[in-house]
Write a protein that binds this ligand. Sequence first.
Ligand code: 13P
Length: 307
Amino acid sequence: MKYLIANLKEHQSLEEAVTWINKFVNTLRANSHVIDALRSERVQVVLAPSAPFLVTFKSSVHEFPNVLLASQDVSGFMQGSYTGETGGHTLRGIVSYAIIGHSERRRYLGETNELVRTKMQNAQTANILPILCVRGSEDVLHIERGMVAYEPADAIGTGKNYPVETVEIFRKQMQLPVGIPFLYGGSVDSQNMRLYLKSPHIDGLLVGTASLDASQVNILLLGVPGGDHDGPNLSDSINVMSYDMKTNQLTTIGIPRDVWSETLHQKINAAYATGEAIDPGKGMTLAKAEVSSIVGIPIDICLVIPR
Ligand code: 13P
């Protein structure tokens, strides 16, 4: 199983968070092969929004198998009079995971390995699996349950993702116990993700910036390998063709292969038919807009080939 974790950090307002989760949910609904991949446990998706939005996200994704939630932190205090803290007692039953020891918390809030250790213990006591973030060997702690995410600080938010080979070497050095998934995070996007997911030594990705755009998450998700589906290659498209008997024209529209589904097919046809009914000749414009709104990227290629 491959893991895809979206760390939304402290970026979203309420309105943005709601728009984000709606877009995410709508794309999943339109892509049955992704739901199949989730159900058959080829992929697990973990969403980590800001704490106030966890419950909204949880109720939005409850219809999907294997889409879980993570908090971005957990308090060092389990429960009690600790104003402003959110501990294991509060998060229990809401999240499955907690991101712990992120380099941004170490850097801006002075978190030490000692505190990280306490947080890991508290999370596990509350039945929450830690996602332990490590910048390098200095942060590697004993871990019995949960996951480890290798996130070199100079790769975070810089566009300078680490080469797959370097990540693989680090994993080897860590000598993780069997059964602890090893993830990579640091400037992962829909272009480079496939390189990591192809590696048998990398079990998943922890994504920051690219996850802020729900359509990027959807593209990432749609590109998770499984079955005959081996990852995103957006230059690789499926061309849908229609032949108009009246004008004697053959029309094709190119759709990134990774976002194709039966539902999408039906929606495009419906949009095309509606467009033609309203204004003959405009069907393809509507069909393109329909695809574009679903995948969240412009559809540039649309060829009309006269016969
Ligand atoms: P970026 O994907 O923006 O580099 O952030 C990675 C990260 O910090 C995930 O926790």
